[in-house]
Design a protein. Sequence first.
Length: 385
Amino acid sequence: MMVTVLLLWPCVAQANAGTPLIWGEFLHLTGGNVLIGLVEGILLYKLFKLERKGRCIEAMVLANFFSAWIGFLGLQIFSEFVIPWTIENAKSYLCLLVIACWLVSVLLEYPFVMFIFGWKNRQWTKALNGSLVVQTISYMVLVGWYLLCGSSTLLTRCTVVKAADIKLPESICIYYFAKSDDAVHRLHVGQDDDTAIAKPEIDIHEPVRAKLVAMTDGPEDTMASLKIIVVDDRRTYKKPRIGTVLPNFAEAGKALLELPDDRGVYRHYQWQWLGRTLGVAKDSDVRFQTGFWPQQGMYLMEREKSPEDKLDYDQYGFAWREWTFGKKLIALEMPFLSWTIRNIIQLPGDFILFELHDDQICLFDYQTMRIALVARGFGATAVVE
């Protein structure tokens, strides 16, 4: 059945572990089509009082595999190259794609149903009704299956609003690489001042996409520079390539600083799962963390009062024992939509700036569960002006 595309699509670029959705997809792909074909064949045999039950079952098993693979190739191309996915339209497009899958499955499996009914005596209307009936029943089950296996809280629990509706302090400025031109842009949320300020002189896409960071040249410097950092090989901890965009662009105490460890690899890449804090946000009683898989989404961490001598601070002044994991706030791993959360920045007021699915820079108010698309781009950093 065509819904098998929902299995395969999120798995294309994943690692060797697994999530409930991936295992659900695996079960569907390996045995699900056989089981669905069996049930559909029996339904046709019973509901339309047909002869030769075995023929019904065999034809519908073949029909499900045929529509699954044809649908996968077609919808993979359509979803990736045609649909302009963003958080603002994801729910609508997802609903339309489910309906489209159902309609295409009805059409692709119709010749097999017609074969079961026979080509004589003008059976085409009965065959079409049969395909409609069994696909509707199958899709009701499959939609429930994928809702059970997937994670859709980013769509179901959040209210999508305009960026200006989330009231950030006017002093917070965001720098990022724009998707449209790869230039470094600067903006204030809620103000119409998105401006390109520089064009990178180094490759910001290969082999690992770059991120903007605020760095000082020495521990005693009072001014930070806006720089590009690209790690060529995180597995061997090769020293990153660094390029300067704006020298001395902000006071060090008001910028989101990156500090190198003893291997020359910057904390931003070592701690890619833990959200960083800007300014007074470091004193907050909550922190935020993500994980490798889209299903892991964004977690809330809460400060736990512990004896100072048991906290075991690391070289960055962070003590994991001081924090406990709370609830998962948002995640999105569904058919067609397997979106990771990266580059979390906790702003003053506990607003969250983060990167969604590589090219959406979003703003999240976890207390009201509102989310907004700020810009199309990646590699953002923030500063207090």
